[in-house]
Design a protein around this ligand. Structure first.
Ligand code: BGC
Length: 344
């Protein structure tokens, strides 16, 4: 196992951002403290060929202008808050609307655009980086001073462990996640529609045309959203409206780390299994990627990658029927996710 650190670039503020390269098992993961982004993930194929399976950019500059949130850590609230507002104890809070009428992924300057404090360490058969930041009261319209601590690590058994914690001194919606886009055939190697996906979800949150949940949790049975048995992502894509961008309700008990997804690439033999403590999983097939210039000249078009964002349900602060995503002085936020990799 090995941890190395180097300067990734200098921000317009003059501050330096660092790249941490974690090596363990057969893989290597690099992350930066700018936006706590996952930058690259090298994994072997069944023939021993190592490819970078994360969409991203070669330089820090790309991450400062990262419209699709490639690899970003998202906060304070992942996905959309309808109409950019919510009420708590009779007070209405207004957020920045960066997605038509809605607020998306924390607003104008979410956690993906902040420079985090970072510290690397070795522990429990893995190499980790712990990122911390303080989001002041009123940041992006959210109440309370929030302290976030997110750690990402790579283990000797080829797993990424993600741990998300936050403490906030006033009631506030919190929904942290990572927005990695994977292509198990290698970033830049075409689209992911031939990957096979299995999702451990018997229902999903139905959405309106602006992707805000209607409140209905619809059974997947007899719909294009049924991934309970593995199938190619392409199989029912057209019937699903040309792409998936939906929050699936993960089977089993939230709060316990349980399987939520398994995706495999038949060509390279790479398999990724995802586990979460969260109630939901946003399965997003890169529908809005529109020719983004990525690493070393790669161009990411529609479906060039997929995301599996472990999270609370979108727009939870406005949906009393959803699992509560309000945290505060009496309720700290703590969630975990695990991504395990194999090649056969
Ligand atoms: C959302 C998509 C959005 C993408 C990039 C995903 O989490 O569900 O609708 O386009 O993030 O912002």
């Amino acid at each position: 196992m090995k941890i190395s650190k180097k300067i990734f670039g200098v921000l317009s503020s003059g501050k330096k951002a660092y790249l941490y390269i974690l090596k363990a098992g057969d893989m290597s993961l690099s992350v930066t403290n700018f936006g706590a982004h996952w930058v690259s993930l090298f994994a072997p194929s069944r023939n021993g060929r190592k490819d970078d399976i994360l969409l991203g950019y070669s330089t820090l500059d790309g991450y400062t202008r990262n419209k699709p949130y490639l690899g970003a850590t998202i906060g304070r609230f992942g996905n959309r808050i309808g109409d950019g507002r919510f009420s708590l104890d009779g007070t209405e809070y207004r957020l920045y609307k960066n997605d038509g009428p809605h607020s998306l992924h924390g607003g104008r300057r979410g956690f993906d655009k902040l420079l985090w404090k970072a510290e690397s360490y070795e522990e429990r058969g893995g190499v980790f980086v712990r990122f911390e930041l303080v989001s002041p009261d009123g940041d992006e319209g959210y109440p309370g001073t929030l302290k976030a601590a997110v750690s990402y690590g790579l283990t000797k058994s080829n797993e990424i462990i993600a741990d998300y914690q936050a403490a906030v001194d006033a009631p506030c919606p919190v929904n942290l996640t990572n927005h990695a886009y994977f292509n198990l055939a290698g970033e830049g190697a075409g689209d992911i529609l031939f990957h096979r996906a299995r999702l451990y979800a018997s229902s999903y949150a139905a959405v309106d045309e602006s992707l805000i949940p209607t409140g209905a949790l619809t059974p997947v049975q007899d719909t294009p959203f049924d991934f309970r048995t593995a199938k190619p992502i392409s199989r029912d894509l057209a019937a699903a409206g040309g792409g998936y961008d939906h929050c699936f309700v993960v089977d089993g008990d939230s709060g316990t780390l349980r399987p939520c997804a398994e995706v495999s690439d038949p060509r390279s033999g790479r398999i990724m299994r995802v586990f979460t403590t969260q109630p939901g999983l946003q399965f997003y097939t890169g529908n809005f990627l529109d020719g983004v210039t990525g690493k070393a000249g790669s161009v990411y078009g529609k479906h060039a990658g997929f995301c599996l964002e472990t999270q609370h349900f979108p727009d939870s602060p406005n949906r009393k029927e959803f699992p509560p995503a309000i945290f505060g002085p009496d309720r700290d936020y703590h969630e975990k996710a695990l991504f395990s990799f194999d090649w056969q």
